[in-house]
Design a protein around this ligand. Structure first.
Ligand SMILES: CCCCCCC/C=C/C(=O)SCCNC(=O)CCNC(=O)[C@H](O)C(C)(C)COP(=O)(O)OP(=O)(O)OC[C@H]1O[C@@H](n2cnc3c(N)ncnc32)[C@H](O)[C@@H]1OP(=O)(O)O
Ligand SMILES: NC(=O)C1=CN([C@@H]2O[C@H](COP(=O)(O)OP(=O)(O)OC[C@H]3O[C@@H](n4cnc5c(N)ncnc54)[C@H](OP(=O)(O)O)[C@@H]3O)[C@@H](O)[C@H]2O)C=CC1
Length: 292
């Protein structure tokens, strides 16, 4: 396997892990990392071409991967898909609830359908996946669930529908952690900051040219994160290294969720952009899809 994870190569040998949104961006990177650590990876998403392509990359790299095309917002389809996964692969050891997304718009421009589309993608869909995986495998055999949320503390201006859904997902994470602990199931969240993912590329030129440069000025680490910097934290939470960690949320954001928005960053507070040690120890991520 060519993915250079920071973790031990056989960490997930013999295990099956589901990654929703595994056909692109952070999910695709995470699928590569888990496969490199020996997992049988199940990719979930709607777009079959992207799922097929990620599956082919992983298999070409010597890993194990399958895909199931499903819209996580459709209750019956989620139930049937999880049943099929269990029939095909047996026990599900890990679930990464990563599928999601939103469109940038001020609250006053969001229709009810637009609100519902985003809330159901980022809250209801994750709940349905977790409930079905729990009911159909983990409540008998234990497991670990990682929910990907976002930096929504103090609001998420221009993505208010998503902020509301992600705050809900954090609360769901905490409740599930308490209710499911006795089944040997851990439930945690990861809140990425600004990550240079193929998904981020999808917001168009205005976002790339104006919003992203403005964001950079609020990040103490002075740069956007990379997909593998999220996937390594997901991997940690799925692993036995996190066996006493449940109901936690890890912000992976170069410090951007701290008080920089309120007080601003002084130049001396920021990491110089090109500091050599900054990326030297980072494992080599798979290339971003849009950059190929
Ligand atoms: C600003 C600073 C903070 C930045 C922080 C950044 C943090 C987050 C980064 C990321 O998450 S990176 C990328 C993640 N990926 C995506 O966001 C994927 C892109 N988005 C989508 O795939 C879709 O927008 C969706 C959210 C999944 C919705 O898709 P769906 O197919 O269900 O919707 P539609 O059927 O097309 O539409 C439903 C409803 O929504 C309205 N709508 C859709 N897009 C827009 C838009 N751009 N502007 C306004 N409204 C939109 C659409 O019109 C429909 O409503 P009605 O017209 O029927 O009322
Ligand atoms: N990049 C960033 O800076 C940040 C990202 N996040 C979140 O991290 C997650 C991954 O983002 P990223 O990789 O950047 O973006 P992507 O757009 O590349 O990934 C989103 C994935 O979710 C899948 N998906 C979306 N809706 C559904 C659905 N209804 N059913 C099944 N699959 C779905 C998409 O696949 P398909 O279209 O094939 O269904 C896609 O593969 C998202 O939840 C995102 O909002 C949070 C904070 C910051």
């Amino acid at each position: 396997m060519s993915y250079r994870s920071a973790f031990r190569a056989d960490l997930f040998a013999g295990q099956t892990h589901i990654v929703t949104g595994g056909g692109s961006g952070i999910g695709r990177c995470c699928a590569h990392e888990l496969a490199a650590l020996g997992a049988n990876v199940i990719l979930i998403g709607r777009n079959i071409e992207r799922l097929e392509s990620t599956q082919a990359e992983i298999i070409a790299d010597g890993g194990k991967a399958s895909y199931y095309s499903v819209d996580i917002r459709q209750e019956a389809d989620v139930r049937d898909t999880v049943a099929k996964i269990v029939a095909d692969h047996g026990q599900i050891h890990g679930l990464v609830n990563n599928a999601g997304g939103q469109f940038p718009a001020p609250l006053l421009k969001i229709s009810k359908n637009g609100w519902d589309a985003v809330v159901s993608s980022n809250l209801t869909g994750g709940f349905l996946m977790a409930r079905e995986v729990m009911n159909q495998s983990m409540r008998e055999k234990g497991g670990s669930i990682v929910n990907i949320i976002a930096d929504m503390w103090r609001g998420m201006p221009s993505m208010g529908h998503s902020g509301a859904a992600r705050a809900g997902m954090l609360s769901f994470t905490e409740t599930a952690a308490v209710e499911w602990a006795s089944y040997g199931v851990r439930v945690n969240a990861v809140a990425p900051g600004f990550i240079a993912s193929s998904g981020m590329d999808s917001y168009g030129d205005e976002f790339a040219n104006h919003v992203i440069p403005q964001m950079r000025g609020t990040i103490p680490s002075s740069r956007m994160g990379d997909e593998d910097e999220i996937s390594s934290v997901i991997t940690f939470l799925l692993s036995p290294a996190a066996s006493y960690t449940t109901g936690a949320c890890i912000c992976v954001d170069g410090g951007s969720s701290l008080n920089t928005k309120l007080f601003g960053l002084k130049e001396h507070d920021r990491m110089p952009e090109q500091k050599a040690f900054h990326r030297a120890v980072k494992p080599m991520a798979v290339q971003r899809m849009m950059k190929k």
